[in-house]
Design a binder for this molecule. Sequence first.
Ligand code: MN
Ligand code: MN
Length: 273
Amino acid sequence: MTAAERTDEPRLALVGFRSDENSSFLRGAAEAPPLIRSALASDSSNAWCENGRELTGSTFHDAGDFAAPPGATMLATIEAAIGALLDRGLRPISLGGDHAITYPILRAFAKRHPRLSILHVDAHPDLYDEFQGNRLSHACPFARIMEEGLVQRLVQVGLRTINGHQRAQIARFGVEAIEMKQFRDGIDVAFDGPVYVSIDLDGLDPAFAPGVSHREPGGLSTRQTLDVIAGVRAPVVGADVVEFNPRMDPTGMTAMVCAKLVKELAGKMLETT
Ligand code: MN
Ligand code: MN
């Protein structure tokens, strides 16, 4: 019996990456992980997921927060941290940090999940070949992931900022883009293998999640985002919640939205562990 099969042992992991060095516009996302943790632990809500599962003290192995040094070392630190959790049979939920962290996370996943698909919620495709001269920019992670063939499918939901270059990148990489203008409630993406869910908070409308570096009106409601997660009918083996910028969140509302997303992602993961 592996650790993951014993119900008294953690099956999921929580890990924070306090990195915003690859943000193109504002700093602040590095401050998010401890605030998401405290919102998750707040007595203002409870630990029951909408699918009837309860998060208990033993649901998560808490791997702590990493403040990685900049540059290539940051990538190596994140890839090694995620790889170690996966090798223990845990399904990690990563707290950002900016969206640049998803590339090294997926490098670790690809070595262990060869037929992975990504469900990516974002206002932006994040498919730039480079941005402001930085190929590791938070505007580029999914270009790196697709170039290296780290996943078999990339499905993006909530897009509403596509320019000509990124339109060409969507075609080049065969990305399945569900633009916000096309989004309808009850949208059904059929996955035939394990899924990694990456949620950029700016995929939500800034009315619901103002605490982001790039406020882009016209996005998903919190409810629609939760319904997209609940609608996944395949094993969710990992996830991240990124781009929460506490400096843009004066009421603390976005921290609670992050905590709700983490809770429901965990509940979804527990359906198949
Ligand atoms: Mn975004
Ligand atoms: Mn993003």
